[in-house]
Design a binder for this molecule. Structure first.
Ligand code: FMN
Ligand code: SF4
Ligand code: SF4
Length: 438
């Protein structure tokens, strides 16, 4: 069986699935449940000295929405949207001290870890909270520079407000790193375009790793009442956010090469695999456990193990970053690759009953010709849209030979228009290039 264990910033994890800092980890009982369910670790709900951020959690609002932006009643499927507003841990961080010690002991005895999370009022508070976390024996701490809610709390400075300013983020990180010996992870906000700059700044300030990312801020409208859901702006996430998070995992992995924990968009083991292949060996699971319960956690872990077994991955390292390393470096890479064009397999094609590829080709490269699909190769730009949409897998891509390509190294618009006229004449006579080739 695949080995799920890994080492992250010097700390050994029995598996890469960690519970994100969220309502689930706001209660000692539920943290124990997470340990019992096999979690690799649990990140405590952000510990704070900001009274309003603790009070906000006691006044949380949550909405789970479907693809029509209507409340989901009953079973929560993969395309949920979680729109919610809450704060940090409801207890003052000093009140957590006895629980932290006891829970870390409980977790460690079962091969798991309780990880700290901090969100302070002042720079000194960040330092004090992180020192407390370290003194309680927790092996690492996450700085919450990603929470979307402080920005809407008058008089509060924290979360994404810090995470949007590379210099401020670096300053807080530096002060914390000078004060504690345990690895410091910075949780990034995606509510900005400078994610990479912030990651670089906190790395230079001493952070051992980053979390990519916390959630976005949204605004959701109930069109039946003409009112904003939950009364106004709130945090928003769901699996739809995963590619947006992976964008930053990919860039941080590729450009900064620092350890990453992946967050924002995990529903099942397939999403976990995506994060790992993009470059985040440790992943955080949040909303889905709030919505489906802790009993759902072992399914994610087992699903990951099964996937690795069936796909021949021995350990997490063998999957780590493989997609990022295969990625184009820049879009110019596309021009240096061989030109491709589509070919229809008329043996399996269901035309004229099916005409899907004809509708989906934006470039007029597939046309109805008598009783079959005709290909205008010179119009084809090799976008592969038809290959993906054909329900019968009847289209394949082939490298375009220099003869097929015509003059010039690549097609250009003028050439395509010119050639199109020529080939449309062929079509009028009921001759397609594909037929000529046959
Ligand atoms: C209701 C709710 C409360 C959250 N509270 C915190 C928090 O206290 N600290 C924190 O760092 N992140 C918090 N988060 C963000 C999660 O830790 C996680 O990064 C985010 O939900 C994205 O992951 P997911 O798609 O698995 O939910 C919260 C998210 C939600 C939905
Ligand atoms: S690869 Fe793109 S351009 Fe070529 S036929 Fe298919 S959809 Fe049209
Ligand atoms: S989508 Fe596939 S089956 Fe349908 S017409 Fe095109 S090639 Fe044929």
């Amino acid at each position: 069986m695949a080995n799920l264990a890994l080492e992250f910033c010097g700390v050994k994890f029995k598996n890469p699935v960690v519970i994100a800092s969220i309502e689930t980890t706001n209660s000692p009982e539920v943290i124990r449940e997470c340990v019992d369910a096999g979690a690799g670790g649990m990140i405590i709900k952000t510990l704070t000295d900001i009274e309003d951020m603790a009070r906000l959690t006691q006044n949380s609002k949550y909405a789970i929405l479907n693809e029509k932006n209507e409340p989901i009643k009953g079973k929560v499927g993969k395309n949920f949207v979680f729109y919610s507003r809450s704060g940090y841990s409801s207890l003052h961080y000093t009140e957590w001290v006895p629980y932290l010690k006891e829970l870390q002991k409980y977790a460690a005895e079962r091969g798991s870890h309780l990880i700290g999370s901090a969100g302070g009022k002042t720079v000194q508070s960040w330092v004090d909270i992180c020192r407390t976390i370290e003194d309680c024996g927790l092996p690492m701490v996450e700085l919450n520079f990603g929470c979307p809610h402080p920005a809407m709390m008058p008089g509060v400075h924290g979360g994404s407000m810090i995470g949007q300013e590379p210099d401020v983020a670096a300053e807080v990180t530096r002060k914390v790193c000078e004060a504690v010996k345990i690895p410091v992870i910075v949780k990034l906000t995606p509510d900005q375009s400078r994610v990479l700059d912030v990651a670089r700044a906190v790395k230079n300030a001493g952070a051992s790793a980053v979390t990519a990312t916390n959630r976005y801020t949204g605004f959701s409208v109930d069109i039946e009442t003409g009112s904003p859901r939950l009364g106004g702006p709130a945090g928003i996430g769901g699996v739809w956010a995963k590619p947006l998070s992976l964008r930053w995992v990919h860039r941080i992995y590729t450009e900064l090469g620092m350890p990453i924990t992946g967050s924002n968009g995990i529903y099942d083991h397939r999403d976990v695999v995506e994060f790992i292949m993009a470059g985040a060996p440790l992943v955080q699971v949040g909303s889905v456990l709030m919505l489906k319960g802790i009993k759902y956690l072992p399914k994610i872990i087992q699903g990951l193990a099964d996937f690795m077994d069936t796909h021949g991955y021995d350990d997490i390292d063998s999957m780590l970053g493989i997609a990022s390393r295969r990625s184009v470096k820049d879009y110019g890479d596309q021009f240096r690759k061989a030109r491709m064009h589509s070919e229809v397999n008329h043996e399996t094609c269901k035309n004229p009953r099916c005409t899907i590829c004809i509708q989906t080709c934006f470039y007029d490269a597939l046309k109805q010709a008598d009783d079959q699909v005709g290909s205008l190769h010179n119009n084809c730009i090799g976008c592969e849209m038809c290959v993906q949409t054909c329900p019968f897998d009847s289209i394949s891509m082939f490298v375009t030979s220099p003869e097929q390509r015509g003059s010039g190294e690549f097609f250009n618009i003028a050439e395509t228009v010119f050639e199109k006229e020529k080939f449309e004449k062929d079509f009028d006579r009921g001759i397609s290039l594909a037929r000529v080739k046959d």
